[in-house]
Design a protein around this ligand. Structure first.
Ligand code: CMP
Length: 146
């Protein structure tokens, strides 16, 4: 059965790289059912990453995610959650280069924090984050273009 996931292209990317990544997403057979550029408010980023609230890098993560626009994408495909995670590769690009050299993070990420892309870790999170970003709460953040 078809499944949805939320993909985020993070603020460490150029316009050119965003286009490259969305091209690759389509070429991999995902349907992009919704897309928008958005700057996270601090509150919304906190909510988005609440699962990481107690991590030592939480504040750095919020600074990074709020410093510029993100491209938010709803991807749909059979097995979308797992497949998007596989295409991203491990969070740490040095590990990604070893174990998944063709993955997006292996090719484009700077380090474990500024790692270019995000994907929901399971379909329940996907549903929750899609609601947060594309549902009514998202009106609290600044939408740059749709
Ligand atoms: P993401 O997949 O969006 O989920 C949580 C994010 O926290 C992760 O990508 C990175 O941007 C960041 N992150 C994860 N682990 C670390 C770490 N050890 N140090 C700094 N940032 C991290």
């Amino acid at each position: 059965p078809k499944e949805c996931t939320l993909a985020v292209i993070k603020p460490d990317t150029s316009e050119e790289l965003r286009e490259e990544i969305t091209r690759e997403i389509r070429a991999a057979g995902f349907t992009i059912s919704q897309q928008k550029e958005m700057v996270f408010s601090r509150d919304m980023a906190e909510e988005f990453y609440k699962q990481h609230r107690d991590k030592p890098f939480f504040n750095q993560l919020l600074d990074y995610m709020c410093r510029g626009p993100c491209t938010m994408l709803i991807l749909s495909k059979v097995n979308a959650v797992e497949e998007w995670r596989r295409r991203m590769g491990p969070a740490d690009p040095s590990k990604a280069k070893e174990t998944a050299p063709s993955s997006l993070r292996a090719r484009f990420a700077k380090d474990i924090l500024e790692n270019t892309v995000h994907g929901s870790s399971n379909s329940q999170h996907a549903e929750e984050k899609i609601q947060l970003v594309f549902g009514e709460i998202s009106s609290e953040s600044q939408v740059i273009s749709t």
